[in-house]
Design a protein around this ligand. Structure first.
Ligand code: SF4
Ligand code: SF4
Ligand code: SF4
Length: 170
């Protein structure tokens, strides 16, 4: 029996190559992103928030140092290769996690992440000893990165919410 031939549709849907789930690619990256992206930097230039940088692999990754993602799709609109597809449903499963460098965990008052969160997804929980620590409600969180952008302790990292893909990035 002749094996099924790959179709262009299957290729674009990524059935021929899996994405690297440790890297936070721009929103609306197709599964075949690593194959389709040619590193042209047009998405980086198009992002009004300046949160796209070119990674070590010369393909774009999200970096919340300069802002947050508004999910505006300008990066996908600018992509000439189909690696980012503006017609793809937004499927953004990156969620923040708070590390032990958080000021609140060492008794220094800080509520910057809570103040920055438009989704009200961060609440502070009182711990023994009078410390309050931030807790994230993943269901309310959009993964926008506002909390990471404002955190003075660089304590917010992002992980994919699917357990099998949850490798931390910085
Ligand atoms: S969706 Fe908008 S804000 Fe987010 S990375 Fe793309 S261009 Fe930037
Ligand atoms: S902004 Fe950073 S340091 Fe401040 S409470 Fe939130 S995670 Fe902790
Ligand atoms: S990623 Fe955005 S929505 Fe989620 S907790 Fe941080 S600021 Fe709130």
């Amino acid at each position: 029996m002749t094996p099924a031939q790959p179709t262009r549709r299957n290729f674009l849907k990524g059935s021929l190559r899996s994405p690297d789930h440790t890297l936070m690619r721009p929103p609306r990256a197709v599964d075949a992103f690593p194959t389709l992206c040619d590193g042209c930097t047009k998405c980086e230039t198009a992002c009004p928030e300046n949160i796209i940088v070119m990674g070590k692999d010369r393909q774009p990754v999200i970096d919340f140092t300069h802002g947050l993602c508004t999910f505006c799709s300008e990066c996908a609109n600018a992509c000439p290769t189909g690696a980012l597809d503006p017609l793809l449903d937004l499927d953004w499963n990156w969620k923040p996690a708070i590390s032990q460098t958080c000021f609140s965990q060492i008794g220094v008052t800080c509520r910057s992440c809570e103040d920055a969160c438009d989704q009200n997804a961060i609440r502070f929980k009182l711990r023994l000893g009078g410390r309050s620590e931030p807790q994230i409600d993943s269901d309310s969180c959009s993964g926008c990165g506002a909390c990471a952008h404002v955190c003075p302790a660089n304590a917010v990292t992002f992980k994919l919410s699917q357990p099998e893909m949850s490798e931390a990035i910085t």
